[in-house]
Design a protein around this ligand. Structure first.
Ligand SMILES: [Zn+2]
Length: 243
């Protein structure tokens, strides 16, 4: 494991790392109590506890509904717009269980936005609906936000960021409590979606983000994605030395 500090650590400072990735504070507490003698008091767990019992119950139910729906539905055999509307309504309810958007990672929301993004992406391809691809990209941005990423560049067109600027803040890596590998693959996915829309500037920008993630986090599973992206658009820019 490689741990990178984003600030100077003085001798004697207690260092904490996220090592339980359950979706709610209750399930994390179940795992952590035998180890640390009580529920976790990290900023995310404290915030979720403060949301209250009713919010927790509804959230838990919505998480279970998501899992059941993914097991049951036949998206692999083709999907419908109707399903997407249901997924969006579900995500909206999940959002309502959080008091305010405090910029903390929300793992259940990340999963919900990711699923909706994938569904929209599938429908965009099957139904030849570029407008859905734009919605899918927006869901990807929301997923990254729910993962704790900040300073997300949400432009959908004409991106002309300098080659040394990323469309997300690099600070997040230290605080991200959801599956960071999936986040990086999601960035590559955003790049591919922008390519499909012929938004080369945005595609390039998100490609850089994925490339940065791959090398910062040493994710090998991203290779196939990057090769796919490079091979599908020969005029697509990429090169060493950025970031
Ligand atoms: Zn915690």
């Amino acid at each position: 494991m490689v741990i990178r500090a984003r600030e100077t650590i003085l001798a004697g400072t207690q260092i904490t790392i996220p090592y339980d990735y359950e979706l709610t504070w209750v399930s994390r507490a179940r795992n952590l109590t035998p180890i640390i003698g009580g529920p976790c008091d990290c900023v995310m767990c404290v915030s979720e506890r403060a949301d209250g019992e009713n919010a927790y119950r509804l959230r838990q139910k919505l998480i279970e509904d998501t899992e059941t729906a993914r097991l049951d539905n036949g998206r692999s055999a083709g999907s419908t717009i109707f399903d997407i509307k249901l997924e969006q309504a579900h995500t909206k309810r999940l959002v309502s269980t959080y008091r305010t958007d405090q910029g903390l990672p929300r793992a259940p929301l990340f999963t919900a936005y990711l699923y909706t993004m994938q569904s929209m992406d599938q429908d965009a391809t099957e139904l030849n609906r570029p407008d859905l691809l734009k919605h899918s990209i927006r869901m990807g941005f929301e997923a990254l936000k729910a993962a704790g990423f900040t300073n997300i560049d949400t432009k959908l067109t004409g991106n002309t960021l300098s080659s040394r600027v990323l469309p997300v803040s690099k600070e997040c890596v230290a605080t991200c409590l959801v599956d960071i590998n999936t986040c990086i693959v999601l960035m590559a996915h955003l790049s591919a979606s922008f390519l499909a829309l012929s938004e080369i500037g945005c595609a390039e920008s998100w490609f850089r983000a994925a490339w940065w993630g791959k090398y910062t986090l040493c994710i090998s599973s991203l290779d196939d994605w990057l090769i796919y992206i490079i091979s599908t658009r020969s005029k697509f820019w990429w090169g060493p030395g950025v970031v």
